[in-house]
Design a binder for this molecule. Structure first.
Ligand code: ATP
Length: 203
């Protein structure tokens, strides 16, 4: 479970004011809001990249610092060092997250065999995004926090992604995905949250 407790976050403007919410294991949540209202900032706060003015985020009653290897957050493919290859990142994530997932199975699923050992600067947008998705799967983390993970993927890849998210939730993983595409993910999402009036509101 992830608990957001009395969380207040202020950046240029207030994002959250004493917000509360409990996310349960085995569920897929969609975080929805208008552009610039703070989805990314909320995810960043959950993984301690931003500091709230008050309140807490707890993962099974523990702070993020105590559960880092159980959480995976790769906000954007812009974070990649473009001189490294997808394979470099896959080996890194497999080791650092102590994953038992089969690296080659995931490379096959995302049809990355032809380029996975090539420098990321030679990847197209969709190839980079497939790598992001593959790293989420490879991490095998309990908590998967995703920011617009479906961006840049073609429709076949998005369908594979949604099926994989359902499989991961069946393994009791907790998935939070910030997305603008409510209709497309409606079928797989257990709960939709909207960031409204500085609160996380159901629906
Ligand atoms: N590091 C920062 N310092 C100050 N203000 C910030 C910082 N990061 C984001 N903001 C501000 O916080 C607000 C929310 O930004 P955020 O990127 O979280 O929105 P978002 O809902 O994810 O947007 P989008 O849907 O466009 O991706 C914006 O007004 C932005 O200018």
């Amino acid at each position: 479970m992830i608990e957001i407790r009395d969380l207040t976050l202020t950046l240029r403007e207030p994002i959250l004011k004493n917000a509360n919410f409990n996310f349960r294991n085995g569920k897929i949540y969609m975080l929805h809001a208008l552009n610039g209202t703070g989805k990314t900032s909320v995810l960043r706060t959950m993984v301690s990249l931003l500091a709230p003015s008050s309140g807490q985020v707890l993962f099974d009653s523990k702070p993020f610092a105590n559960v880092k290897s159980q959480v995976f957050y790769l906000e954007t493919s812009d974070w990649f060092d473009k001189n490294l290859s997808g394979f470099d990142y896959m080996q890194f994530v497999k080791n650092e997250w102590h994953s038992n997932q089969d690296l080659q199975d995931i490379i096959n699923r995302w049809e990355m065999n032809n380029y996975i050992k090539t420098a990321i600067r030679k990847y197209s947008l969709g190839m980079k995004q497939k790598l992001v998705v593959a790293l989420y799967e490879l991490s095998d983390a309990q908590y998967l926090l995703m920011d617009e993970i479906n961006n840049g993927l073609d429709s076949d890849s998005r369908q594979i992604l949604y099926q994989e998210l359902v499989n991961l939730a069946k393994q009791n993983k907790l998935i939070i995905m910030a997305s603008h595409y409510q209709d497309e993910v409606a079928g797989i999402v257990d709960d939709t949250l909207t960031l409204k009036h500085h609160q996380l509101v159901r629906g």
